[in-house]
Design a protein around this ligand. Structure first.
Ligand SMILES: [Zn+2]
Length: 160
């Protein structure tokens, strides 16, 4: 079995009058994240890890934020498209391990819904996506509640 690893990282800053979307799920909060799309930082890190594993550049290469076509787009569409690119090249997704880094809101209560949503979009079993949450211990931009960072590691395989 030919296996490959990928890694993704993304950051979005908090912004007033925006909905907060994380892992494909809308979360009630006092503010959302700034971005050209819906700013789903977790999906963006996951897409970058998938693309990286397959050596397919990055999310900005395939879905440029200068394109009106992607303005306020639901990031689940980008994720589905990323999976299509992966499968077109003969790869299968094995698993992902993701971490959201933020001081607020509390992420843990939303993790099962995020896992269900992402795995449905990706057409894979629910246990293939791990989502973890941590804070930044009040230091740095995450610690000052300026934004949310997300990290993702992905494994893909190609059967000979
Ligand atoms: Zn992003």
């Amino acid at each position: 079995m030919n296996i490959r690893v990928g890694f993704g990282y993304d950051v979005h800053v908090f912004a007033a009058n925006r909905e907060l979307w994380l892992g494909g799920v809308r979360i009630q909060h006092t503010c959302g994240l700034q971005g050209h799309s819906d700013a789903d930082v977790l999906i963006h890190a996951l897409c970058d890890a998938i693309l990286g594993a397959a050596n397919l550049r990055d999310i900005g290469f395939h879905f440029p934020d200068t394109s009106a076509a992607f303005e306020n787009i639901d990031s689940k569409i980008l994720l589905a498209d990323t999976m299509r690119l992966l499968r077109e090249r003969g790869y299968e997704f094995v698993n992902a391990d993701c971490t959201l880094c933020t001081e607020e809101p509390k992420i843990n209560p939303h993790i099962p819904a995020m896992q269900a949503c992402l795995t449905a979009v990706m057409e894979i079993p629910e246990d293939r996506i791990s989502i973890k949450a941590t804070t930044s211990e009040k230091v740095g931009f995450v610690g000052r509640k300026e934004g949310i960072a997300a990290y993702a590691s992905v494994l893909i395989c190609k059967n000979p």
